[in-house]
Design a protein around this ligand. Structure first.
Ligand SMILES: *Cc1c(COP(=O)(O)O)cnc(C)c1O
Length: 395
């Protein structure tokens, strides 16, 4: 089968209004030219080193490994990056790309505010104007990140329509982009949306897998047996997996199981969804029989989305990556376990990946190796967890 550009098998594509096509074409062209440019690559990799703090360590979690009594567990420490999660790799890459394209302004959507903060950081770094679209509901829940974005010089635009959450913010950002494409670049936050975004974000996150591959070869003299990463849109997972796709390495993507699949309150697109088109691309989607997009739930905002990156859909169907889920309860347990045994408080998103390692490691031999992508740190989640545990009034 001939490979269609912008598609991963039958997934991906560019399902947008005609008015948006020129912007996507321009971006696609620019990325293919600038992305290959030696100067650009050099500038980006120096920034990853001096500003983001890369390479991030690959850390052997000895006490967790001993506690679980099976395979050796390594953590890829994206939590140690500037701003505390992998999202900065992409936001900074796109900010740099936008500047090269001659754009003066960045816009982005944000749900929990993490991608908004990363984009505002990239804009401040690159000296670009920045506006972030955010649903009113999310603004209320994430007041601290709203303040953080403003501190970084961004304007936060309230979206008071629809469900007043992430998907409405995406629609507004796309509308803005259509009108202001000459001056403006839209920084999409994950490997999702219309082509070329899934490809661009993958490229900027692939540094995770490239580093991890070299690091494990140096430490262990061989490749790992398993990779585990949480999957929201899927960018931290694709970033890690992309370095090992040609190797004999098993991979597991972990979605948000929320209150369980049968409850309907989750974001497990592979366990509970079907193929559909949503916000610019074809992928797996949580929808009812009439194609209406369903509400989602997760204890972690970063995994709480109705669809998933198209490349994951492709890897799922081919059987290259296995997808599973962790429930809220399991993720919370892993959040506390990693804190106690390693002195590392993980993001609740990353705790979903840890939870899968907790299940898997004891079933493997002590000679086997698992790499878990620790996509972010948990500082942002501490107050939320305290509230859940009923000690929120202290904070
Ligand atoms: C946003 C976020 C995620 C989910 O996004 P992906 O694109 O699936 O990586 C995971 N972990 C953290 C810490 C995040 O902030």
């Amino acid at each position: 089968m001939k490979k269609k550009r912008g598609y991963f098998g039958e997934y991906g594509g560019r399902f947008v209004p005609e008015t948006l096509i020129p912007a996507l074409e321009e971006l696609d062209r620019a990325f293919r030219e600038i992305g290959k440019d030696k100067e650009f690559r050099k500038e980006f990799s120096e920034l990853l080193r001096d500003y983001v703090g890369r390479p991030t360590p690959l850390y052997y979690a000895a006490r967790l490994t001993e506690h679980l009594g099976g395979a050796k567990i390594y953590l890829k420490r994206e939590d140690l990056t500037h701003t505390g999660a992998h999202k900065i790799n992409n936001a900074l890459g796109q900010a740099l790309l936008a500047k090269r394209m001659g754009k003066k302004r960045l816009i982005a959507e944000t749900g929990a505010g993490q991608h908004g903060v990363a984009t505002a950081t990239g804009a401040a770094f690159a000296g670009l104007k920045c506006e972030i679209y955010m649903g009113s509901e999310d603004m209320k829940r994430q007041a601290l990140n709203v303040f953080r974005m403003r501190l970084l010089g961004a304007e936060v635009r309230e979206v008071p329509i629809g469900s007043r959450t992430l998907k409405d913010a995406i629609n507004e950002a796309l509308r803005d982009w259509t009108t202001n494409v000459k001056t403006t670049h839209y920084v999409l936050g994950t490997v999702f949306g219309p082509h070329p975004f899934p490809t661009i974000v993958r490229e900027f996150q692939s540094v995770i897998g490239k580093e991890a591959r070299g690091q494990i070869l140096r430490k262990e003299g061989r490749l790992p047996d398993y990779l585990i990463a949480c999957v929201g849109g899927g960018s931290n997972a694709i970033g890690l997996f992309s370095g090992f796709l040609k190797d004999d390495v098993k991979m597991i993507g972990v979605e948000a199981g929320g209150l369980g699949i049968r409850s309907g309150k989750h974001a497990a697109r592979f366990a509970g969804g079907s193929v559909g088109i949503f916000q610019g691309c074809r992928s797996y989607l949580l929808q009812d029989r009439d194609g209406n997009v369903l509400g989602t739930h997760s204890v972690s905002a970063g995994l709480d989305y109705a669809s998933v990156g198209p490349e994951h859909a492709f890897l799922h169907d081919r059987g290259r990556v296995k997808y599973t889920y962790a429930t809220d309860r399991e993720a919370l347990r892993a959040f506390e376990l990693l804190s106690r045994f390693e002195g590392i408080i993980p993001a609740l998103e990353s705790a979903h990946a840890i939870s899968e390692a907790v299940k898997l490691a004891p079933t493997l031999s002590k000679k086997q190796i698992i790499i878990v992508n620790l996509s972010g740190r948990g500082d942002k989640d501490v107050a939320h967890v305290a509230r859940i545990r009923g000690i929120g009034d202290l904070l």
